[in-house]
Design a protein around this ligand. Structure first.
Ligand code: C2O
Ligand code: CU
Length: 499
């Protein structure tokens, strides 16, 4: 099996790596291990069951092997960097709305993993949160995710355990669900942004630092689009281009802009909204924006995708007009088709307040478990936690209690009802808050104008209060967390229940 890449192998995970196959994978042969397995589910209920795929479903089969690949990230003569991915990627899947998908994850890492389908309203059993919605997929094992993507748009998927290391080394894929255009584009371009914690020689620096995790996050300086530094994409002269921009970074904020052409935002997190003329559009980690624009007619002309969230705008990628211009009528941005996400019924809806705060309370973990071979299983390793806690949701850092490893839900929503969640940021840092399981509508902010839009992740600035609403229509225990992954893994994570 290949080693995890980098100078800093995943050291805090070693206990579970060495024990994984023996204990968790091998029939839980003794009482301590069984207790541990139960502890992982807290209330001891079984994992949720996915609705069965009908025999005549004819799913689209996709095979995803989480392992090490080599990719040229740093400029030559630097050697290629050992990264993690699901294919010899970048991994970009295109599927059809409502059609069955069977994506088989094979784990060729040295530690357990799962796939979370970010922003896709999958049944709870397919949500990919180890110990909560499914058992972890151990090294050498496979797990088939079967579902019908209900919504069109630009999505992505990633592991949900030790995410700082796994995603930090590149493990993520893009999922495009097609079928939302009212007028076809001449070119559809995926632009996945992220930085890498590598130096000029392509070698990794530590993914996480205390200074970063307790503040705005730890940043890399090697900023890429689709794993390339400032790529130039050739697109048709005078053509209508759809740019699907994804912020897949673990901590960076992007103020997306276009220089050299007019552009409109037509979707947020995959969900269509009336075209908004782009000045700059702020995207936190995990957020996406789809743009529509018309390229200039003159072949060779370039336009730039820039990030204004920097002292000087940073050019992330360029689009270059190529070929004889497509003769087209004057450009009017076309909206996408209306989505099928239930509209919140705000009248009489209950409000749940979610406070984001710092935490000085170290998370209390159960004592370490001594295994039959004398080795020690640390709960922090097994449950995807760092031993440090800097953050909390409603005063509870994850995990909040010692007698149950999974904390109780922060709130229980009644299935079918609309809820308003008021997210209150009591910290001096900005946080992209993500809900699993439900796409919500961003309604308003105390800081000013919000164009109401559907999203799965929303940024909340210091002292800001953002109101979102959702129809709690999908039962299960779902994660809610900050998508600055270091914040997520140092406490800013919880569960909400729909029952
Ligand atoms: Cu992309 Cu739990 O998140
Ligand atoms: Cu955060």
């Amino acid at each position: 099996m290949p080693r995890l890449p980098g100078q800093n192998p995943i050291s805090r995970r070693r206990a579970i790596q060495s024990l994984g196959g023996v204990v968790l994978g091998a029939g839980l042969g003794y009482a301590g291990a069984a207790a541990f397995a139960d502890a992982g589910k807290g209330a001891k209920q079984a994992y949720p069951q996915a609705p069965a795929m009908p025999a005549d479903a004819r799913p689209q089969h996709i095979s995803l092997t989480a392992k090490q690949y080599l990719r040229q990230l740093a400029a030559a003569p630097a050697a290629p960097t050992e990264i993690l991915d699901y294919t010899d990627g970048p991994t970009i899947l295109r599927v059809k709305q409502g059609a069955w998908l069977e994506a088989t994850l094979t784990n060729q890492l040295h530690e357990h993993t799962t796939i979370h389908w970010h922003g896709i309203r999958v049944p709870n059993a397919m949500d990919g949160v180890p110990y909560l919605t499914q058992p972890p997929v151990m090294p050498g094992e496979s797990f088939a995710y079967r579902f019908q993507p209900p919504d069109t748009g630009t999505f992505f998927f990633h592991p949900h355990c030790n995410t700082v290391e796994q995603l930090g080394h590149g493990l993520a894929g893009i999922l495009i669900v097609e079928g939302d255009e009212t007028r076809p584009h001449d070119h559809d371009l995926v632009c996945a942004y992220r930085d890498w914690r590598i130096d000029g020689a392509g070698k990794y620096q530590p993914m996480m630092t205390d200074a970063g995790a307790s503040k705005a996050g730890t940043f890399g300086d090697h900023r890429t689009i689709n794993d390339q530094l400032q790529p130039v994409f050739k697109v048709p002269s005078g053509g209508d281009i759809r740019v699907r921009f994804l912020n897949l970074d673990m901590s960076r904020i992007v103020d997306l802009g276009v220089i050299g052409a007019d552009a409109w935002v037509i979707a947020t997190d995959g969900n269509g909204l009336p075209p908004q003329k782009l000045k700059s559009w702020r995207l936190g980690p995990a957020m996406r924006a789809d743009l529509t624009l018309r390229m200039p007619d003159a072949a060779g002309t370039r336009i730039q995708l820039v990030n204004y969230y920097a002292p000087q705008p940073i050019v992330m990628a360029e689009l270059e007009a190529e070929g004889a211009p497509l003769a087209k009528p004057a450009f009017v941005p076309a909206p996408l088709k209306r989505g099928v996400i239930p509209e919140p019924r705000l009248e009489g809806a209950e409000t749940f307040q979610l406070r984001l705060s710092a935490s000085s309370t170290p998370a209390e973990l159960p004592p370490d478990l001594v295994m039959p071979d004398g080795s020690v299983l640390r709960y922090a390793d097994a449950l995807c936690l760092t031993p440090k806690t800097f953050w909390a949701l409603n005063g509870q850092p994850w995990p909040s209690q010692s007698h149950e490893v999974l904390p109780p839900p922060l709130v229980t929503f009644q299935q079918g009802k609309t809820y308003i969640i008021e997210i209150i940021n009591q910290t001096p840092h900005i946080h992209p808050v993500h809900l699993h399981g439900h796409t919500f509508k961003v309604l308003s902010s105390n800081k000013g104008d919000v164009v109401p839009h559907f999203a799965d992740t929303t940024l909340v600035a210091p002292k800001e209060r953002v109101k979102i609403a959702l129809v709690a229509d999908s039962p299960g225990d779902w994660m809610i967390h900050c998508h600055i992954i270091e914040h997520q893994e140092t406490g800013m994570m919880g569960i909400y229940r729909v029952a």
